[in-house]
Design a protein around this ligand. Structure first.
Ligand code: C5P
Length: 268
């Protein structure tokens, strides 16, 4: 069985407060995009994970194996073709975990309603990837409401070499935001989404840009390149530009020779 495991971006991310369990309550607008990894799954006598990218750990620390184990199904062999950069704020590991849960549940006849809780036990972003598309999320990111889709928006992704570890990014937060509310995002999606600059902001940016100024400079360059909207996704370090047309996006891509770029589109 072969399945795609898509990346996400966050159109907006507000951090609302710290919780007694150590996590943060947040409000985010998740969006799946065309960039994806591929998982090839075969029944096997023993658990085995392989990956074409040698920098990705294939031991029990990999969320694919954690997800498979948590589901409690017989062993399988999984081959991962990696295209989503690790620790880039694109949810690659979380997406892989969700894709594993869905595929194995189908293979072994597990009730899909059991997956949400298992997904959350693997990571805060994993439940979103069970749903995908454009979704408003609160709590740790697991309280999800699907909103009107925003498909085929041309994106340019910048992958700076600087990496940001998510727990460290959360530790930088000193002030908390008020939520914008689901209606604000629902309205924006029914209109000109990319024009909502104040709504589509990410609370991590100010702190991360202060500690890694190059990321803030790259965001400004994306804005100057003709993007209708630019922002950092998740806790970074990927910087995203959204353009009015693929031609605008392709023209902009040519001006980023000093950083790895990737074209993509939003998906429904
Ligand atoms: O849930 P996940 O394992 O992806 O979270 C990684 C880390 O990010 C957590 O250990 C926590 O430090 C932080 N986090 C948080 N609040 C969230 C999600 C993640 O503080 N809602």
């Amino acid at each position: 069985m072969q399945v795609r495991s898509h990346a996400k971006i966050n159109w907006a991310l507000r951090i609302l407060g710290k919780r007694p369990d150590g996590y943060h309550d947040l409000e985010t607008l998740f969006q799946t995009i065309s960039l994806h990894d591929t998982l090839t799954i075969r029944e096997s006598d023993e658990w085995r994970l392989t990956c074409d990218d040698p920098s990705i750990p294939t031991d029990e620390s990999n969320l694919i194996l954690q997800a498979a184990r948590a589901l409690g199904v017989p062993p399988v062999e999984i081959e991962l073709t990696k295209r989503i950069p690790a620790e880039g704020g694109l949810g690659g590991g979380s997406s892989n975990a969700a894709a594993t849960l869905v595929a194995l549940a189908q293979m072994f006849g597990v009730d899909e309603r059991a997956l949400h809780q298992i997904a959350l036990s693997i990571g805060s972003d994993v439940p979103f990837f069970l749903v995908g598309g454009t979704a408003y999320a609160t709590g740790r990111g697991e309280d999800l409401v699907s909103l009107p889709p925003a498909p085929e928006i041309p994106l340019l992704l910048l992958f700076p070499e600087e990496r940001v570890a998510t727990p460290a990014a959360f530790r930088m937060i000193r002030r908390y935001s008020q939520p914008a509310g689901v209606e604000a995002f629902d309205d924006a999606l029914r209109g000109d989404l990319l024009a909502h600059r104040e709504l589509l902001r990410n609370d991590f940016e100010a702190h991360v840009f202060e500690s890694i100024p190059r990321l803030g400079q790259l965001k400004r360059r994306v804005e100057e390149s003709g993007a209708a909207w630019a922002g950092m996704t998740g806790s970074g370090s990927t910087i995203v530009g959204a353009y009015r047309s693929a031609a605008d996006r392709d023209a902009a891509a040519a001006s980023f020779s000093d950083v790895r770029t990737q074209s993509a589109e939003t998906t429904a």
